[in-house]
Write a protein that binds this ligand. Structure first.
Ligand code: NAI
Ligand code: MG
Length: 348
């Protein structure tokens, strides 16, 4: 039986993960769900934002569903030494799981085009999946130092690192429209030259049915907001992906609509991109859509259950139209929205 570890965390984390768990129980009743602590609450209870018990539990899980961590401004957690703060628990978790591919779908749901800062005709039908390399490049290892008035970071990638993340993108594209755009700066950077060469070679060797093209990151930055429907799956290195995924996140118009997945060789980590929203925590009004869509990604990528994932995604799309939450200009609270998702799946 597959095991999913659920880490509700702080703020609205427990509220939105409870909704996602209800949906998971409905659509995958055979999956064992085990709850563990992370974040500020874990520090309060165990003196550690990622207690050993949680570390052990995630190591032998098939997937991890995470809520959110962190307190309000002025929370006593923020006065703790850095390694004991809630966010450190999340960083330590990502590191422990070794997830090298971060997946962020950017989708404008039918009927919610008006929320997008883009014109409705540009926003309509946007459905992009950004696959960002997460463990390499400028952010990791390499030669990094400041010497007086000179500073160095090293951007370094190996063929093996490029191929493993490109495989995730090609695999995802096979479930979608069979199109991948690889983003680099190959006109200037050697790392990008290698990136482009290796992604293309992998496509030619193992993924001939995929249509692959290569674009420069500066051009993509412009086109992703001016012509977003050009893109389906985008794959790129760590720094470019960090910036492009935050840029693209404005397209749907609410943080409450943005799920994510981080995949590696071990269990994947599935979480909404929003934070713990202390301003609305405890009121039962948080939008659980991103958490529920993260559970759908868990079904698709963590447990390889595409049918169940599609069923959840369809139900969320319907619920968003029929019972929009407050952040979307509607009236539904967390419970009402969750109920709408469950009924759209054909259950009470
Ligand atoms: P935030 O994402 O928590 O909130 C920003 C705004 O969006 C707030 O007005 C909030 O009410 C609203 N919002 C966010 N998610 C929502 C949802 N599902 N439904 C309805 N409204 C929603 O970002 P903020 O305020 O900068 O950070 C608050 C805390 O969360 C901080 O402690 C921060 O460190 C932490 N954080 C944690 C993350 C994580 O666990 N992955 C990511 C980002 C922030
Ligand atoms: Mg970022």
């Amino acid at each position: 039986m597959p095991k999913v570890v659920v880490l509700p965390g702080d703020g609205i984390g427990p509220e939105v993960t409870a909704a996602a768990v209800e949906v998971l129980r409905e659509v995958a009743p055979d999956v064992t769900l085990e709850e563990q602590a992370i974040g500020g609450g874990a520090y309060d209870a165990h003196g550690d934002p990622l207690p050993q018990r949680t570390r052990d539990a995630v190591q032998d899980a098939d997937a991890v569903l995470l809520g959110t961590v962190g307190g309000a401004q002025g929370s006593p957690w923020n006065a703790l030494p850095r390694h004991l703060r809630p966010e450190s628990g999340l960083l330590a978790l990502r590191k422990a799981l070794g997830c090298y591919a971060n997946l962020r779908p950017v989708r404008v749901q039918p009927g919610l085009e008006h929320l997008s800062p883009l014109k409705a005709e540009l926003a309509r039908g946007v459905d992009i999946l950004i696959v960002r390399e997460l463990l390499g490049g400028l952010y990791f290892d390499g030669d990094r130092r400041i010497e007086g008035s000179v500073a160095y970071n090293t951007m370094r990638y190996t063929t093996a690192e490029v191929e493993r993340v490109a495989k995730v993108a090609f695999w995802a594209a096979e479930q979608r429209k069979g199109r991948v755009t690889s983003v680099d700066k190959a006109n200037v950077l050697e790392v990008s030259e290698l990136w482009r060469r290796d992604v293309q070679a992998l496509r030619d060797r193992e993924y001939r049915s995929i249509h692959l093209n290569h674009e420069y990151v500066d051009s993509v930055a412009m086109l992703i907001v001016s012509q977003p429907s050009r893109y389906d799956v985008i794959v790129t290195e760590n720094l470019f992906g960090d910036i492009l995924s935050d840029l693209a996140a404005v397209i749907p118009g609410s943080l409450g609509l943005m799920p994510s997945a981080s995949l590696g060789d071990g269990p994947g980590l599935f979480e909404p991109i929003h934070g713990s929203a202390p301003d609305i925590a405890g009121q039962g009004v948080a939008n659980p859509a991103a958490a529920i869509m993260s559970a759908a990604m868990l079904l698709r990528h963590g447990l390889k259950r595409s049918d169940a994932a599609n069923q959840v995604d369809r139900a969320v799309a319907l619920a968003l139209r029929e019972q929009p939450t407050r952040d979307l200009g509607g009236k539904a609270d967390t419970k009402a929205f969750t109920h709408a998702v469950l009924s759209a799946m054909g259950s009470p």
